[in-house]
Design a protein around this ligand. Structure first.
Ligand SMILES: O=c1ccn([C@H]2C[C@H](O)[C@@H](COP(=O)(O)OP(=O)(O)OP(=O)(O)O)O2)c(=O)[nH]1
Ligand SMILES: [Mg+2]
Length: 154
């Protein structure tokens, strides 16, 4: 599944990720690689309804310059349990050298238990365009102008 042609993504496994599978694309065409919870085997994390928690993944990524990683929810967890990423899509900057963590929230109505190795989110690598900011006096005229928020009708 992971014989993908693309830039190389270096990663470092942290001690608490010992024995965990590497983040991986689960199908040949998956856009995102699934991230697993590096929570303690003996202390699964219970997310009560309405509560949020920062879940460690156990990995540090060296994202190539010109790219970002987006942390997105898994639709299955959202559909079945109301579990999603609070800050979706989470942004992992290419100069970040800390552990990637996933901010989960339980929008369901039952406790949800995050166990070690559970696939909790997916990470999509995407190109980033950085622009030079330039303050000006006027902008070009357009047909839309300042219209927005439903200005074109339903
Ligand atoms: O879901 C996420 C989102 C962010 N991060 C890490 C990587 C990212 O590069 C850093 C900063 O994220 P962001 O810019 O979204 O947060 P901020 O509140 O602006 O913090 P900062 O002031 O550190 O930029 O935190 C994660 O591990 N998981
Ligand atoms: Mg920031």
């Amino acid at each position: 599944m992971n014989d993908v042609i693309g830039p190389k993504l270096n990663l470092i496994r942290l001690p608490h990720a010992e024995g965990l599978e590497l983040p991986a694309y689960e199908t040949a065409g998956a856009a995102g690689m699934d991230l697993r919870a590096a929570v303690n085997e003996d202390a699964p994390l219970v997310l009560a309804p309405g509560k949020r928690a920062l879940i460690p993944t156990g990995f540090v990524f060296e994202i190539p310059q010109g790219f970002e990683a987006q942390i997105r929810p898994r639709s299955g967890l959202a559909f079945k349990h109301g579990i999603t990423c609070l800050n979706t899509p989470g942004t992992i900057d290419c100069d970040y050298r800390g552990e990637v963590k996933v901010l989960l929230i339980n929008l369901g109505d039952e406790d949800f238990t995050v166990t070690r190795g559970m696939r909790i989110a997916q990470m999509v690598l995407a190109p980033v365009t950085r622009m030079q900011v330039a303050e000006v006096e006027t902008t070009t005229q357009t047909t839309r102008g300042t219209g927005g928020f439903g200005s074109t009708g339903v």
